[in-house]
Ligand binder design. Structure first.
Ligand code: S3P
Length: 165
């Protein structure tokens, strides 16, 4: 079973913090997007373009279930807790679920260069803030613990998780 699951918006630090936490605790790091890419043989962009978001969400939900059974620190995708069944699964898993919380300003600055987030490309600034707000409610429902990541070093965030989770 996974030791810890990280959730939060794109650019909140799930992958960076997850990698460092895995290294620190000497356990594997599991990245849901990477597992989806490995299983499908396609990039996230390719999956969205060829099959659409609903298909991606089905695949994501399926891969989440197997990843939660594997040993390691699991970094999810920003949209993983959007489906209620996934939120319930996370909340009831008995595995510590950590919500990495970052402000829309910090996230926008971090993601400026990123071209591999198909969902972000078509959003206006207002739509982005709206999506962020809507998603935060979902993350809060699924999480056992919230850790703010704005302007903090990954090592500091990992320390907080390890002392509080
Ligand atoms: C998504 C987040 C991405 C990836 C996909 C959809 C989302 O993961 O799963 O592009 O809906 O927020 P990251 O949060 O790791 O960028």
């Amino acid at each position: 079973m996974a030791q810890c699951i990280l959730i939060g918006f794109m650019g909140s630090g799930k992958t960076t913090v997850g990698r460092l936490m895995a290294e620190t605790t000497r356990t594997p790091h599991l990245d849901l997007d990477e597992l989806i890419i490995a299983q499908s043989g396609q990039s996230i962009n390719q999956i969205f373009a060829a099959h659409g978001e609903a298909y991606f969400r089905d695949l994501e939900s399926q891969v989440l279930r197997s990843a939660m059974r594997a040993e390691g620190i699991l970094s999810t995708g920003g949209g993983t807790p959007v489906r209620k069944e996934n939120r319930d699964l996370l909340a009831q898993s008995g595995i510590p679920v950590i919500f990495l919380k970052a402000s829309p300003e910090v996230i926008r600055a971090r993601l400026k260069e990123a071209s591999d987030r198909p969902l972000l490309r078509k959003l206006s600034a207002r739509q982005f803030v709206h999506l962020h707000e809507e998603r935060e409610a979902y993350y809060a429902q699924a999480a056992d613990l919230t850790v703010v990541t704005n302007h903090r070093k990954p090592a500091d965030i990992v320390r907080e998780i390890l002392t509080r989770a």
